[in-house]
Design a binder for this molecule. Structure first.
Ligand code: ZN
Length: 142
């Protein structure tokens, strides 16, 4: 599963009716459910990571395995860090839903779009601004 993307099997795509108002209550609710489900999945994943780390810590007896274990350790810590950041983003998106700010590009203000948000429910930029931001990021080297 790539960063920042939900598993597309975990929800039913929104059935958009012609002329439907963007981000009406029904749509906001749709995304609230997606975000809450995603957050729950992530929290379970974090629990598993923590558990795994604790198990590893108990298995430090053999020094030969230590290097491998330390590598595994730092990998899991990175995973945990990524999960934590993602959960923070999900919380921010949920706040936006509460404030009815959700679904608009924070840079240019246009509608991000239902399908793009279903693929990336924490997206805060439209496709164009996102591309631009990525180009800028590369230019400053990271
Ligand atoms: Zn934009």
């Amino acid at each position: 599963m790539p960063d920042n993307a939900t598993n597309n099997d975990s929800f039913t795509p929104y059935n958009l009716v012609d002329g439907e108002e963007y981000m009406n209550d029904k749509q906001l609710e749709h995304f609230r459910q997606i975000l809450l489900q995603w957050k729950q999945d992530l929290m379970e994943e974090v629990d598993r990571t923590v558990q795994h780390l604790q198990e590893d810590a108990n298995n430090f007896a053999d020094p030969a395995d230590r290097a491998t274990q330390e590598e595994e350790f730092s990998l899991e810590l990175r995973t945990r860090d990524r999960e934590r950041k993602l959960i923070k983003k999900i919380n921010e998106a949920l706040d936006d839903i509460d404030n009815e700010d959700y679904g608009y590009c924070e840079s240019c203000g246009i509608e991000i779009g239902i399908r793009r948000l279903e693929a990336r429910p924490t997206a805060t930029l439209c496709a164009d601004c996102k591309t631009l931001a990525e180009i800028k990021e590369r230019q400053i080297g990271g």
